[in-house]
Design a protein around this ligand. Sequence first.
Ligand code: GLP
Length: 239
Amino acid sequence: MITKFKNYQELSKFAAGKIVQLVKNKPAAVLCLAGGDTPALTYDIVVEIAMAESVSFAAVTFIGLDEWVGIERAMPGSCYHFLQQKIFDPLHIQQHQVHFFDSGAHDLQKECDRINKSLENAGCLDLALVGIGLNGHIGFNEPGVDPLLKAHVVELDQLTTATGQKYFTTSTALALGITLGMAQILEARNVMLMASGKKKAAIIRKALQEPVSNAVPASLIASHANTLVLLDDEAAAEL
Ligand code: GLP
């Protein structure tokens, strides 16, 4: 289902409301939350509502979506650091609640196995909140990805490494990513795919209106029965 909002604020309010409602209904929910600019305001609003309404996130499990390989967790620009600032610290999330890729690990395959196991142990994602890359990627599932893959390491598309510079204050070498696989995201009970702004309009049109294909991984998500596609007017401009 596609829902349009008049602007980024309305889109973010809606998404935040959904997250908080899910945790109210299911305090032990399993959440997978994307990094990136798009959900930033959503997370601020989640924290605001959770504080105002004393909604506890103490039983929630967080499964990491993706990370830049070689970017330490503590480094601004890492997906972990972003979520730590936006969600984990403000909501007093304990370390045992968070299962996130350590992309500085020596053995990245072991990291994938570890996160696959964490997700298996948690059961199933209750919600995956994902953004969309300019090339249609989801997490770091880049164009052409095998949709049956679970967590894996991936060579990043040039557009991804170029766009990724926006998260870092100085030019940063980015080449590989580590990510949950499409199979795991597609198994989520609910998926929210968010897009905001003019620059996302063309890829949103491809993801929603061209034949479903792993050439645009977001099209696999968008066509999924449990997916809510949330767009602001600018991102929906080419539909
Ligand atoms: C990034 C991340 C994704 C994110 C997407 C969109 O590279 N790997 O998890 O959802 O690209 O990012 P943004 O919201 O900043 O446009």
